[in-house]
Design a binder for this molecule. Structure first.
Ligand SMILES: Cc1cc2nc3c(=O)[nH]c(=O)nc-3n(C[C@H](O)[C@H](O)[C@H](O)COP(=O)(O)OP(=O)(O)OC[C@H]3O[C@@H](n4cnc5c(N)ncnc54)[C@H](O)[C@@H]3O)c2cc1C
Length: 363
């Protein structure tokens, strides 16, 4: 089957990877494969630290379970290094979160996931860099941390090896007839195929009737902090990678404003130093900007027609949700199997279509 994928963020590349591995002919049409949020993401695989519940938790757990295998395959085919750890995330709690997270941790444990409620003594001994302002934390042992940039690089190399064509073009029109896509028009060419997958990230409402809008995130890169594990708190998260540490992230409803701002850097630095005071002495490397694909209820959108799937709105968790998002597409293309997530996460839950300002107010 010839499958055209529109968008080359983590979702598009992962879908392309699974389809190409299964022997399909895949073309990716993308305006700019470096503009996606995926290149700047923190790479935390953190459904429990995020305090997720309900359908969003089920989707995230399904994806977390696929992660080891996904990273293994991408590493193997790309022959690239990918920093990937599954040794848990330290969820640092502020007072008004404690009761809620104690209950959540018990719920997650009843589903088979491990956690440890740390005593003050254990916290001071094992996490000596954490500020003494914080004396409560949970270690969610099944969570993970992947270098999103390395994963993206490796995926591009793997796709190259699998013969996937990446075409630089901007899709400007989607020609539809009922529940079928006839073709997709770009500035340079018109694309025909047997199947289409739309993974447009925060730009999703430009040509599709879905309420996706950007939430800007600024994220710092620093060097010289010796921590092994992600420290995730409500005020800041500090994410160690192989040779640097990320500090995230602002959350700004300012449309596609690409500017790196003094206010953003100041807020991130102050909050990070409050969490881990020795960050003050670290080397500042850079600050990056990405646009999270948000929806009014902060959950993704999975829509399908006779020959297409839309996979969008992954908001704060697109890196985590990449493997399950590609499995959902693969199940349709390979086996005609429709995941229950199409019903749960259909865009029909937003009766106002892509009128995001209105939808944002009403949900
Ligand atoms: C600061 C920050 C920190 C984050 N941290 C985490 C984290 O720790 N863990 C986690 O799981 N997630 C995290 N996220 C969220 C995650 O980055 C996103 O959910 C994810 O990257 C979305 O991937 P995507 O493939 O849908 O979109 P993107 O990566 O944004 O890619 C979309 C692609 O579509 C292309 N495109 C759009 N429109 C068109 C068009 N008309 N024609 C052609 N191409 C088009 C774009 O050029 C782009 O290449 C973070 C995000 C930010 C900003």
């Amino acid at each position: 089957m010839l499958v055209n994928i529109i968008g080359s963020g983590i979702v598009g590349l992962s879908v392309a990877f699974e389809l190409a591995l299964s022997g399909h002919r895949v073309k990716i049409i993308t305006r700019n494969y470096e503009e996606g949020a995926s290149w700047v993401a923190g790479g935390m695989l953190a459904p429990f630290s995020e305090g997720l519940g309900g359908d969003m938790l089920s989707l995230s757990i399904d994806s977390l379970k696929l992660y080891d295998d996904f990273v293994y395959k991408v590493k193997d085919i790309s022959n690239h290094t990918i920093f990937y750890r599954r040794d848990g995330i330290l969820r640092v709690l502020v007072d008004d979160e404690v009761a809620r997270f104690q209950n959540l941790a018990q719920d997650y444990s009843s589903m088979g996931f491990s956690y440890e409620m740390l005593s003050v003594e254990a916290l001071r001994k094992d996490y000596p860099l954490l500020s003494e302002e914080f004396d409560k934390a949970i270690l969610f042992k099944d969570e993970g941390n992947v270098d999103a940039q390395q994963l993206m690089d490796a995926l591009i190399f793997a796709l190259h090896r699998l013969g996937v064509q990446i075409i630089l073009d901007e899709v400007i029109e989607v020609k539809k007839e009922g529940k079928r896509i006839k073709c997709v028009k770009g500035f340079k060419d018109t694309y025909n195929g047997d199947f289409f997958v739309f993974t447009p990230g925060a730009w999703g409402n430009a040509h599709l009737d879905i309420p996706v809008y950007p939430i800007k995130g600024q994220i710092l890169k620093i060097r010289g902090l010796d921590i092994d594990r992600v420290h995730y708190s409500r005020i800041a998260y500090v994410i160690p990678k192989e040779s640097y540490v990320l500090i995230g992230a602002t959350s700004e409803d300012v449309s596609f404003d690409h500017r790196r701002t003094v206010a953003g850097v100041r807020a991130l630095s102050n909050n990070a130093v409050r969490l881990i005071p020795s960050i003050d002495r670290c080397e500042f490397v850079e600050v990056n900007v990405g646009f999270r694909p948000a929806t009014p209820d902060e959950m993704p959108i999975f829509d399908r027609g006779d020959n297409y799937v839309v996979s969008a709105g992954h908001f704060r968790n697109g890196i985590l949700l990449a493997p399950v998002s590609s499995k959902i597409v693969l199940d349709i293309v390979e086996r005609g199997l429709e995941s229950e997530y199409f019903r749960i996460f259909s865009s029909e839950r937003f009766p106002n279509g892509n009128h995001t300002d209105k939808a944002k107010k009403e949900y």
